[in-house]
Design a protein around this ligand. Sequence first.
Ligand code: NAD
Length: 488
Amino acid sequence: MDHFQHYIGGAFSDGAARFDSVDPATGQVWATMPEARAEDVNAAVDAAEAAFYCAEWASMTATARGKLLYRLADLLADNAARLAELETRDTGKIIRETSAQIAYVAEYYRYYAGLADKIEGAHLPIDKPDMDVWLRREPIGVVAAVVPWNSQLFLSAVKIGPALAAGCTMVVKASEEGPAPMLEFARIFDQAGFPPGVLNVITGFGPECGSVLTRHPKIDHVAFTGGPETARHVVRNSAENLASTSLELGGKSPFIVFEDADIESAVNAQISGIFAASGQSCVAGSRLVVSNKIKSAFLARLKEKAQVIAIGAPDDMATEVGPLCTKRQCETAQDLVDASVAVGAELVVGGQALDREGFYFPPTILDCSNAPDAPCLTNEFFGPVLSVTGFDTEAEALAIANDTAFGLASGVFTKDLTRAHRMIRGIRAGIVWVNTYRAVSPIAPFGGHGLSGHGREGGMQAALDYTKVKAVWLRTSDDPIPDPFVMR
Ligand code: NAD
């Protein structure tokens, strides 16, 4: 059985306790993981704090930090296949997706490696002739990063890349569900040559580990990705210390198809939007909002394609939909489908967890045209379940799209350019994909509002968000300071 360890202060350790990790494809234990309790969390935060003030890191040039990040990116690219296998084994995410995603994660590190020495301060044209005033951008401090189980290497890269580029130090808490790829990442990070303690990786459960970390008095910023309910705990925890937060939460993203859309392209994008990663994606296009003029034809084509999706073992390159990460996740999907059908949602395809080893739920489509109160229209499934609503007018499409407490992603399919622009303006979400879906890049900001959180990851702004501004005033006159009782 594989045995994973924490990475604290540049050394590997077993953790105060240990727990078993289950392979979602078989339901069997395959590895043991370290479980952080308060003493491990404290050790990791102390190591990150010590590294933040140590001369080796604090006085390292930004260019040198960038070079270390480039080296890390190269090491990741070299080890991508092994990391992908581990992520697939521990989370059930299909190897097709983990291989492609982890190879691309290296590009995020390269992007932030290049940005490290482009994080600039500013000189201000101040309104006092005897003063020089400028802004220094300094690292925000010790960062706690808490990530969910899905795409941990990707979701941590969008935090580690900009935070280290800015000169912060970090404690990353891997999810207790499928932590293997993050703990293995720590072994690779160790080879890149960063000073000990700059990055620490631990794992454990919410109350004993995540909670202790996010309320720790030495933490300056909490970067969290996960569900809205956990985010509320995290914000309460960080409030004790008044630490700043960035929150990347879930979604209930609308996928809007107008009658003039390229149907084949829209169907493929919808398949990718809801069935890729078995629907376990924060940007899943889980609400199809489709023109009534093409609804039947569109659903027929979607059903045809959904029925031939290859469901199978996640480590098989031919598999398109694998298991869900946990048994609980599978049960939640079943409960939500059943509750939606009970209030009038019509099952187009799927709907029943598979009777086989592992946690498999099939691609499922629910037509909610006669079930406006179906819970599948409002609750995030985190599974391969699509709800469908028809519309007659553009205004109606927009109203349905915005009828959500989330605001992460959205898709619009139309060939009408002016309509596309009206939709782009009207949709309340952090991302609008037009005639495409589920595309990401290190260069583009990613994030939402409302129950989807706040703050942006990716892009230049993310690096600036890991800095704080210091205003420096330098008096250039040798004359005596005038009236000391008047504010200058
Ligand atoms: P989750 O909220 O249950 O857990 C996320 C992390 O928080 C885990 O590491 C967990 O251990 C930790 N945690 C739990 N309780 C805590 C506490 N009290 N204090 C501090 N940390 C605590 O999420 P999950 O089930 O692992 O992942 C699914 C959720 O993540 C979905 O809602 C999904 O939409 C969201 N997600 C969002 C994005 C995004 O970028 N917007 C990306 C992926 C996933």
